[in-house]
Design a protein around this ligand. Sequence first.
Ligand code: AMP
Ligand code: MG
Length: 342
Amino acid sequence: MTTQRLEADSPEKFRRAVEAAAALLRQGQVVALPTETVYGLAANALDPVAVRRVYEVKGRPASNPLIVHVASLEMARDCVSAWPETAERLARAFWPGPLTLVLPKADSIPPEVTGGGNTVAIRWPAHPFIQAVILECQFPLAAPSANLANRVSPTTAEHVLAQLNGRIPLVVDGGPCAVGIESTVIDLARQPPRILRPGMIHAEALAPLLPGLGQAPHMPLEACAPASPGLFPKHYAPAAPVRVLSWTSPEHLCQQLRKLGADPAAAHVLAHTTIPQKGPFADVWVLPRDPVAYARALYATWHRCDQQGARLIIMEAVPEESAWAGIADRLRRAEGLASPPA
Ligand code: AMP
Ligand code: MG
């Protein structure tokens, strides 16, 4: 199969790409589309055969459920069997946007989408392209990130092609993703509501609308595991081993690397505050100091490390603040230090 790549940066190209994507989706095919979080590998969420194809293309275990993408509140309500007042409040505050709500599923949602479970994860994405495709199709789209299982999610069309070229008929280029990491996932199917996966819509932003959510800046991963089968210990990871460290100087960093038995000359250092000169290291990459800009840049930097054949990636530790919680979670998972599911 050859993978066609379509741009969407003029009204005519946008329209042509929407029609091409919708035509393939109606035939039960899977296509890679831009969203504001990461690029998604989309299929008709109501067609079990199309959904199974998503798992095949990604090499994703069937027990790891998919997020269903909608383009209106009405469509969201059609996917669930209960729409509590908390869902309405969160949806009105944060949709379209990088927030996913887990709720009891409607009968129309096949078990292939939900990992066999009776809850479904729903999101109304903010990117105009996927919104236009959903409205054109008039069915919701089940879409995980458009990468091979357990690899870094794509934030550009090039990242998608690097992993899925020849495996899908179409990728639409909607530019670099504005958010850059996966959505915040909240479980509203149980009391009290819990953050299953932290993201850029963080606990402090959610707390005023979800009083029961608790004060913790982020939930420990082990608390998430039973309800969120996708939370494997090593996930969102570049090919090279990742270590998160703090240092006061390049010498201090070198000392720590030697203690770990690592050669500084093998280390690609990704720093945002205490930035060393390249000196003894394989490379030094500067990430933004602001969490929103950092999240936008993170995966592209990991993809570049992968392309350069990095042997070791050293991440500078990030602040323990809720605005950084989604990023801290991705660093822990890349490090493989998150606790395995119970
Ligand atoms: P991804 O598609 O890779 O962004 O992953 C989607 C993630 O959403 C999964 O790995 C789960 O953590 C979470 N998720 C999706 N559906 C459900 C569900 N029904 N219950 C709990 N978590 C879910
Ligand atoms: Mg993913």
